[in-house]
Write a protein that binds this ligand. Structure first.
Ligand code: 3PG
Length: 207
């Protein structure tokens, strides 16, 4: 899939996925698509991550494929070279923001304070991740931020659950939420792709 226009408006719940075993990458991506969530934030937290991006880009081109946990400028370009169509970072530095902008693909820089949101806005970027969402103030925080900074739109991630997601999704400044609950480690270990599809279908119906 080519790069989307926005990483916030793809799906109501963006699956945050950690790939330990490369062999699970394509079945996970297919299970998410089958369940009705054709998007993935594949985190660069494991040695298999970049290969997993390459593999999914080749085998499951219909999924909107993003790379997450981008914490250094070189990871931004490496992820896009591997096939990522959008980027997500847990936090943001000026160098990382510039590197993500240079790639030309949509990206969600991580923010958790009003000043960080203002810095990102100052760079001309209005879409961002709010991380760690539950620990940093949750939905009440985002509701409060929408007063002075209505142009900022968020993907809250970190501690979000199927129970708390609808409260976030009802906010005017939330495009989607992110969560790792769609790919439970035991389901991945057991190759239970049907369970992942079912979790995806439930999440797709949250809005
Ligand atoms: C992330 O990288 O965005 C978070 O680790 C996902 O948080 P969660 O596991 O609480 O959904």
């Amino acid at each position: 899939m080519s790069a989307p226009e926005s990483a916030l408006d793809l799906v109501p719940v963006l699956p945050v996925v950690v790939i330990d075993d490369l062999a699970t990458a394509v079945p996970i991506a297919r299970a998410l698509v089958d369940g009705g969530l054709p998007a993935i934030e594949l985190t660069l937290r494991t040695p298999a991550a970049l290969d997993a991006i390459r593999l999914i880009a080749a085998e499951v081109p219909e999924i909107a494929l993003g790379a997450g946990t981008i914490v250094t400028p070189s990871q931004a370009s490496a992820a896009v070279a591997a096939g990522a169509g959008f980027l997500v970072s847990p936090g943001c530095t000026p160098a990382l923001l510039a590197a993500m902008q240079d790639t030309g693909v949509p990206f969600l820089p991580g923010t958790s304070t009003v000043s960080e949101v203002m810095s990102v806005l100052e760079a001309g970027v209005t879409e961002m991740k709010f991380f760690p969402a539950e620990a940093a103030g949750g939905a009440p925080y985002l509701r409060a931020v929408s007063g002075p900074l209505p142009q900022a739109r968020f993907c809250p991630t970190g501690g979000v659950t199927p129970a708390s997601a609808p409260g976030y999704l009802a906010l005017p400044n939330v495009g989607c939420v992110g969560g790792s609950w769609l790919t439970p480690a035991d389901a991945v270990a057991a190759g239970d792709w049907e369970r992942i599809s079912k979790l995806a279908a439930e999440a797709a119906a949250l809005r």
